[in-house]
Design a protein around this ligand. Structure first.
Ligand SMILES: *Cc1c(COP(=O)(O)O)cnc(C)c1O
Length: 348
């Protein structure tokens, strides 16, 4: 494989002179800030936030073992997903390849950006068809989407298979590790130095318990991070979110304890589900959810809704016929969903 980053980037983005904000032109220490037309009142919220989130990245770099210049932060990983299209894919010309079923935002963002979205189905055991992925790509394929652990199937793909793709695909391979902290597989972010075409996504939304603050992460080469920074909104991560993220990362022990609790509840939930006559099968999972095949997905889904319990009905998604996706909650929530399913009687 020959990898040439500039040849993958949209020419207009390559040539782009990015907006230079007041806060990005001066970043020393000062007493008097009269450069950005801010109000002198209402500190600290009167000030624009750091456009490149330096302190948040320093804390994250230490926790994740990735250099600061290999970190991009966005308004949720959804921003990073959209930026892959805006940086690399020419509307109406380029295409991307994704596994199917997978996270819906890859396809929605493709449609918004008028980029052809090519799907390669997982096999019947939700395994990755690496040869078919590569065969689906052509010279206009800029990005490949690989969610691992995958949403909604829950399984993680092997490092060797991902490396096989990385060495043969000459575009950008995005490995979305939104659920990586729940997985037994090692993170691909430690491979960044070996693969210039690798982008690894992560998020504060799942294991770190902070979906409400909207903070997504992309780990990539400094060159790719630079392109994403050039295209993003100047102040894409607000001051409240940056402040909160620093506070949250100051308590890694608590985050780890919460992940451990979710992992043990996951085992409990699977055990309970497997004892139900309405449950045909639960799929092995590396995530904080369980994909479960039930006797009547639509009926059970509606029944649960009537009892104020919401799960995700995935029964019409490729390869997930008859399946519900259930997020692991607290012991009380897990008991409630199990009791809810148990009380469902098939209509005759
Ligand atoms: C939940 C999820 C995300 C998280 O998106 P945010 O915008 O960071 O909340 C990303 N990818 C996948 C596959 C997900 O399931």
């Amino acid at each position: 494989m020959t990898f040439n980053l500039s040849s993958l980037v949209r020419p207009n983005v390559l040539a782009l002179e990015p907006y230079s904000s007041a806060r990005s032109e001066f970043n020393g220490q000062a007493q008097v800030w009269l450069d950005a037309n801010e109000s002198p009142h209402n500190a600290p919220y009167n000030r624009y936030p750091d456009p490149l989130q330096k302190r948040v990245k320093e804390a994250l770099a230490a926790i994740k073992g990735v250099p600061c210049d290999c970190i991009f932060l966005g308004n949720g990983s959804d921003e990073a997903i959209d930026l892959m299209y805006r940086v690399f894919c020419r509307p109406g010309v380029d295409n991307v390849v994704s596994i199917s079923p997978s996270y819906g935002m890859y396809e929605v963002c493709a449609n918004i950006n008028d980029v052809e979205f090519r799907k390669v189905e997982l096999d019947d055991d939700f395994g990755l068809q690496t040869e078919a992925m590569l065969a689906a790509a052509d010279e206009s394929t800029k990005v490949m989407w690989l969610c691992s652990p995958n949403n909604p199937t829950g399984n993680a793909f092997g490092v060797e298979q991902i490396k096989w793709l990385l060495t043969r695909f000459s575009g950008i391979l995005v490995v979305d590790e939104a659920y990586g902290d729940f997985s037994s597989q090692p993170s691909m972010r430690h491979e960044l130095a070996n693969y210039p075409n690798l982008v690894v996504l992560n998020t504060f939304s799942k294991a770190w318990g902070s979906a409400g603050v909207r903070l997504g992460i992309a780990f990539a080469s400094p060159q790719i991070v630079g392109l994403m920074n050039k295209v993003k909104y100047p102040y894409n991560v607000n001051a409240l979110t940056q402040r909160y993220a620093l506070e949250r990362m100051g308590n890694i022990g608590e985050i780890e304890a919460q992940i451990a609790d979710i992992m043990s509840e996951r085992a409990y939930l699977i055990g309970q589900l497997e004892g139900l006559e309405q449950v045909i099968d639960t799929m092995p999972t590396d995530a904080n959810f369980v994909l479960t095949r039930v006797t009547d997905a639509d009926g059970i889904y509606a029944h649960l809704c009537r009892h104020g319990i919401v799960v995700r009905n995935r029964s019409r998604v490729a390869k997930c016929l008859g399946c519900l996706r259930i997020t692991v909650g607290t012991r009380e929530e897990n008991d409630a969903v199990v009791a809810g399913i148990r009380s469902f009687k098939q209509e005759t």
